[in-house]
Design a binder for this molecule. Structure first.
Ligand code: TRH
Length: 374
C-alpha cells in the first residue's frame, strides 16, 4: 500500500551578498532562522562569504560548503552556482543579483517562483508607495517584486520573532540585566547610566568622551569589538578598560546574534548602527542613538530625519542624533540636554515599541505577499 507521502513543503531561497560590515548577513540570517522556525517551509540561505556568519552563529562551521543549522540549509554561493532545484520563493536581499543560471532556471519553471527583492529599511514617506511594486525582467518571463521593510502600515513591517517581546519582558522581570553583567564579570552601582556603544568609526566618539568627562554621575559603557572598540582605542590607547571622568568604558566580547538582544535589553541607552541592530534597539524599548550607514552627499540625512519625524523625537534627541551622524551641531554641547531627556525618552521608547509590536511583523507580511504570488 503506497504510503501517503506528505506534500513537500514549499522551498524558499534567500540570496545574500556580504557588502561590508555585518548587516547583510545579520538581516538575512535573522530572516532565515525565523522563517524556518515559524513557517512550514524549507529554507536555503546562499551566501557569497558565509564565513562572516561565524561570529553571529557559533554553531556555523566555516570549513563546510553546506550545512544545516536551526532548520536552515546554509550554502556558499559559488560561481557558477550548483543547485539541484529552483525554489518556490526567491528572496534577493538588498538587490544582490542572483546568478544568471539560476534566473534562467526560474524562467524555465512552468510556474515561475515568486521573486522578491528585500530592500533596506527606511522610514521615508516614499517607501509605502514603492512597497510591492512589480518589475518585469527585461529579457526573461519573470517579475521581481520590491518589498520594503518599514515602520508604518502599507510597508513590509520589521523583523520580529513571535516570542521576542515576551522573552524581553521575561528577561527584565527575572533580573536579566544583572545576570548579563555578572556573566561579563561586571557590576554597576545603582545610579550608573549603562550604555552600549555599537557605532561606525566615523562617529564623533572623541566629542562623546569629552561630554562624558564632564558628566555629573557614573556611566558604564560597554564597547563591542570591531569598529566601536577601534574608535575608542584610537583615542585612549591600549586595550581598556578605561576611565574617562565618571565614565568607565569596558570592552566586551562579540555576542552571538541570539544573545545580542540581551545587551540592548540590559542597557539604559543603546548606540546602534546600520539596520539590524537599529531594529533590535527599537524592540528593546530603550532610548537609542542611531549611527546610520554613511552614504554619499549625506543621503543618510533624509533617512535620519524621516525616522525622527516618525518617532516624534523631542528636540534634544534630534539635536544629539544629528550631531552623532555628523549632520549638524556639536555633540558635546548636545549631550546634557539629551541626557536630561532620557526619562521621557524611556517612556517614548516603550510607546514606539508597543506601537510597532501591534503591527504585523515582516515575515507575516512577506509570507502573505508571496503566498498570493506563487
Ligand atoms: O554591521 P552593520 O553596520 O551592517 C551594515 C548595515 O546593515 C547597513 O544597512 C548595510 O548597508 C551594511 O551593513 C552593508 O550594522 P547592523 O545592520 O546592525 O548589523 C550588525 C549585526 O551584528 C546585527 O545583526 C547584530 C549583530 N551583532 C551581534 O550579533 N553580536 C554583537 O556583539 C554585535 C555588536 C552585533
Amino acid at each position: 500500500m503506497a504510503l501517503d507521502t506528505p506534500p513537500l513543503r514549499p522551498l524558499w531561497d534567500i540570496f545574500c551578498r556580504v557588502v561590508d560590515n555585518l548587516g547583510d548577513i545579520g538581516v538575512c540570517w535573522r530572516l532565515a532562522r525565523q522563517l524556518a522556525a515559524e513557517y512550514p517551509v524549507r529554507v536555503r540561505l546562499w551566501v557569497d562569504a558565509p564565513e562572516v556568519l561565524a561570529p553571529l552563529l557559533p554553531a556555523f562551521d566555516p570549513a563546510l560548503e553546506r550545512q544545516e543549522i536551526e532548520g536552515v540549509r546554509i550554502a556558499r554561493w559559488q560561481s557558477p552556482l550548483v543547485f539541484e532545484q529552483v525554489a518556490d520563493v526567491v528572496i534577493e536581499a538588498f538587490a544582490c543579483d542572483p546568478p544568471a543560471g539560476y534566473l534562467a532556471a526560474m524562467a524555465d519553471r512552468p510556474r515561475p517562483p515568486c521573486w522578491v527583492n528585500l530592500e533596506y529599511l527606511s522610514a521615508e514617506p516614499w517607501v509605502a508607495g514603492c512597497h510591492g511594486l512589480a518589475s518585469p525582467h527585461r529579457r526573461l518571463p519573470l517579475v521581481k517584486f520590491f518589498f520594503f521593510p518599514g515602520l508604518v502600515p502599507g510597508t513590509g513591517g520589521l523583523l520580529r520573532e513571535q516570542d521576542l517581546l515576551t522573552r524581553r519582558d521575561a528577561f527584565l522581570a527575572q533580573e536579566g540585566p544583572r545576570r548579563f553583567l555578572m556573566e561579563l564579570g561586571l557590576d554597576r552601582a545603582p545610579d550608573t547610566l549603562q550604555v552600549s556603544l555599537f557605532c561606525y568609526d566615523t562617529a564623533p566618539v572623541a566629542d562623546l568622551l569629552a561630554a562624558w568627562r564632564e558628566h555629573p554621575a557614573p556611566l558604564l559603557c560597554l564597547v563591542p569589538p570591531g569598529k566601536p572598540l577601534a574608535a575608542v582605542q584610537k583615542l585612549l590607547g591600549g586595550g581598556g578598560p578605561w576611565q574617562v571622568g565618571p565614565a568607565r568604558l569596558v570592552p566586551i566580547p562579540f555576542l552571538p546574534q541570539s544573545r545580542f538582544d540581551e545587551l540592548l535589553w540590559s542597557c539604559d541607552l543603546n548606540f546602534v548602527r546600520g539596520e539590524d541592530s537599529f531594529v533590535r534597539a527599537l524592540w528593546a524599548a530603550r532610548p537609542l542613538v542611531w549611527n546610520l550607514y554613511p552614504q554619499e552627499e549625506a543621503a543618510h540625512g533624509a533617512k535620519l530625519e524621516a525616522f525622527l519625524d516618525w518617532y516624534e523625537a523631542p528636540a534634544p534627541m534630534a539635536a544629539f542624533w544629528r550631531a552623532w551622524n555628523g549632520l549638524e551641531g556639536n555633540l558635546q554641547a548636545t549631550w546634557p540636554g539629551f541626557h536630561a531627556a532620557l526619562p521621557a525618552l524611556q517612556d517614548k521608547a516603550c510607546d514606539r515599541s508597543a506601537r510597532l509590536g501591534s503591527e504585523n511583523d515582516l515575515l507575516t507580511t512577506l509570507v502573505k505577499f508571496c503566498e498570493s504570488r506563487v
